[in-house]
Structures are given as C-alpha cells and as structure tokens.
Design a protein around this ligand. Sequence first.
Ligand code: SF4
Length: 561
Amino acid sequence: MLITDDIFQAFLQCETKAHLQLAGAAGDQQVFPAWERDRVEAYKQHYHLHVRADCREDECLVGVAWPHALAHRLWRRVMDCQVQAHALQSHIHIVERGTSAGQTPHPPYIPVRLIPREKLTPQDKLMLAFDALVLAAATGHALPFGKIIYGGTYAVAKVTLEAWLPSAQAVLDKIMAQQASRNPPPLVLNTHCAACEFQAHCRQRALEKDDLSLLSGMTAKEKQKQHRKGIFSVTQLSYTFRARRKPKRFAAKPEKYSHALRALALREHKIHIAGQPALTLKGTPVYLDVEGVPDRDFYYLIGLRYTSGDASLHASFWANDMAEEQEMWAACLQALAKIDRPQLLHYGSYETLFLKRMKERYPDVVEQPAFLDQLIKEAVNIVSVSYAQIYFPTYSNGLKEIAHYLGFHWSESDASGLHTLMWRGEWECSKDERLQQKLVTYNAEDCEALERVTTAIAQLCQGQGEAAQATEHTIVHIDAMKRENPDHFARNEFALPEFDAINKAAYWDYQRDKIYIVGTKFTRPSVERLSRTASRRILVVHPFSFDMFGSLCDTSLRSGT
Ligand code: SF4
C-alpha cells in the first residue's frame, strides 16, 4: 500500500489516525480537516498569482505528475506536483529546478512547502523532508535543501534537509512497521483530537475502555508507569489514591496535582478538595476573556463581564485587523477605568500573556500607568486557585468541562477555541456580520461561564459545608477523609474457599523470605541455606542480638510469629 503525504502527516499527529486512514476509514467530523485543506488550497492559489508575473507560461506548470509532461520542457517551477517512487507518494506543493550561476536549468531540484500560518513547527519541516525523500527516490538526486514559504508576507525559510531526513526516515520506518503489524496502535487521546475527523469515534472508544488517556494532562511517561503497575483504566487508578496527612513542616508547600485524586472524584461524582484553596477578591470582579489568533500574536476581541448594582453587564471590544488592536485595547481600558476598583479574573494563562503584551506593545495608550500596573498585579488566574486543590468530577480542568458540570451551556453546544479560529478566518474572507456576532456571543458566554465557575470555587474556598449546599454538589475534603484500611490491605473474598488457604500459604512464604528471626539451632541450617541464595534478601537475627530488638522480638517470640 502507498504511503502518501497525508498518511505521513496523520502519523505525525497521531498513530491511531494514520492507522485508521491506512485502513480506509473516514471520520464523522470533517469540518476542521476541510477548513484546513481549503486554507492551504487558497494560500497556494494566492501564491501562484503572486509569482506568476516572474514566469513565462511554459516555465511554470501546474498540477502535473512526475516525470510525465516534464520531459523536454524548460520549466522552472511545478505547482502541485504529484511524485511517486516505490511505495511512496507525495503531492509536493512546488518543485523548483535549481539553476547554476550561468542560469542553465539543471538538477538538483528543490521541494517547496506552502504554509499559511505565520509560525513554523517541526512538523512542517518533517513534511518537507518527506517530500524530499520521495523526490530524491524519483529523480535519483540527493537534495541538499528545501524551502518553506509561509505567512501573509510569503516569508521564505531555507531548510537544510540533512538535519531532517533521518527523522523523516525513522517516521517512515514506523509507519511501515505499523502496516506490517496486525495489531492497531494503542489508543491515546491527545491534543490533536479536537481537530481530528475521528474525534467522536475515539472518544467513544476511550470512554468504553475507561482509558487513562481521558485524563487530560497525563503524560505518556506517567501512563506507561501506571501500565507497568497493571493500571489501565481511570477506575483502577482511582483506587490507588491514599489520603495522607501533610507533615506540618510542609504545610506551606503547594499541593501536588494528583491524577489518582481526579480519577477518584470521577468515580464518586464528588468534588474533592486538597489543602486549603483560597480566593481573595479585593474589588469589583471583572470577568475577562480574550480571543486572538495565536500564530499572528494578534488579539481581536476582548469581553468584560461585571456587575453594577443588581445588573450584570457585558462589554465587547472588537478589532477588524492588527491596525485596530491598539484602539480596541484603549477602549477596554477606558471601560475598566469607569468601574469601581476593578479586579480582573480570567481562566488560564492566555489572558496573563495578553495583559503583559498589551502593556509592552502600547505603552502610550495608558494615561495612568499605575492603574494598569494595579490591574495586572491584582488579576487572578482562576486555574491557579483550583489547580491541584479543587478536583471537579471532570476529565480535565478546562473551563468548558467544569462549567458544563455546573450546569452552564453555550448556545453553540460543541463550540471550542478551534471554532473561533475557523469563524475568524472565515470572517476575514467574507466580512459576514453573522460570523462576527457568533464570535461576540461565544466570547460573552465564556465570560458568563467563567463567572459561574469562579462563584463555585469562591464558595468552596469559603467553607465546604456551605458550598456543598450552595452548589448542590457533594464535596469531600481529603484531609478529613476516613482512610480506608489504613494499616492493612482489605480482606480478599475468594470465590473458591481453597484459594483462601493457598493465599495464606503464600503469605507465610513471603514473610519467611523477608525477615526471619532465628530462635533455635534447629531452624538455622535452613535459614543459612536460604541466605546463600543471592536473589533473596533475608535479615538473619541471631539469639544473642535479641537485646537490640527489645520489645519487638519479645512480642514476636511470645506470639510465635
Ligand atoms: S481522535 Fe485523537 S486519538 Fe483518535 S485518531 Fe484522532 S488524534 Fe488520534
């Protein structure tokens, strides 16, 4: 079977995705893949128009398969060139012909990738290296470098292929090994899932399996560690949680995030609290949510929600383009200045970075620098309050999941940050007001959801008893949790009584291998024989050393153990 550039890219995103595509499966969610495809196609067309003026018609070909139609032609550039060699195939965005100092067309060729984004990732370079592998196999020429043209200004990045070809070949080898294997790769939900066509299929499978990868933030290393211990499901993991009292000297140390505690919260459908979470509000809470285009470092929408008297108010600030960002920020600051002692509350570090960047980017906008400094200083990231301390029965700490748990619903039920990127991209092309309104509504609902989550967290911080009533959810404080079986394992109930006897016998052996108190000379030979076995760790205690063990040995001997 052919390994195409689509398969290669899918493998870089997720092994399961590549496996499903190789098997010919088609996912249900085509919105994002189609949007991404259209974006790249539109970018290619724009670039083609941009460079057309440099080329004569017979120098610039479009959509041909290598090497057909290229023989005896004085072409310099082929757009959308399909190249196939052995079991590899790639639709190379552009193949350029290298030129010597004398401008005589001759090999080697240069593969070129077109990327609409403003920032490049290692994946982009690996994709270029894959193009180079296929082109080198088809032409028989080594390709020293390739190019990536990216962003609105068609910036050019020259990529030395030598550095990327071994990694691309390693990925290819893994894909071939996967093809040859009969077993599918293990399902691991990951950050690409939100944009993947198989999202619904995989999430359903993971839920059926109660898979550990449902817990967001659990790294592959942590998962492997749990697998080595025989723990494969969230429910299994939940049973590993042990409530331990923190020694007084570590009281000030921040709590450590525990996946096992989150698993327990999910299993019991209860909010679990570790430590003493605290949320201090000093002024009028103003819920802040910002939308932007991350790869352009551009912010286009700010939402503020606050109360005035009994009324909840919302204000939105919009920028059509980068040139209007400063105006948008200035309007937002003016609105904040009218609120009595505003205190910004936001969810996640995106807004923290936004405030920092706005201050640096537009220092002249601020009439009273002390006011902005105070706003930034007193701003609270709600995630930092709840992280590792408040565990809602949700698979992640995401605003969407927690707000859903608390009964909040968005008008676009499955909308996410990825949707906003898509809507904004479409709005930039069409200037359709309905898309702009969709974005403003989504942002306003994010602010409202943030208020709901903050209120619940504030109640939990103030007093768990009251909060339990106020939020209508049961809460558990792990410091007060009754430790189940603190000093011994639970008694096993066996289906067959014979297993009980076998289990007891196994325990005798276990004890004998670990600590053996030698009380008489009759037992000594067997102990000495055992102690010669290197693999066993035995502490041999002779009778004359009984004094050292004092009451412990005394008790052991008296009880006959
Ligand atoms: S939904 Fe996630 S796990 Fe499934 S194929 Fe896509 S990226 Fe992989």
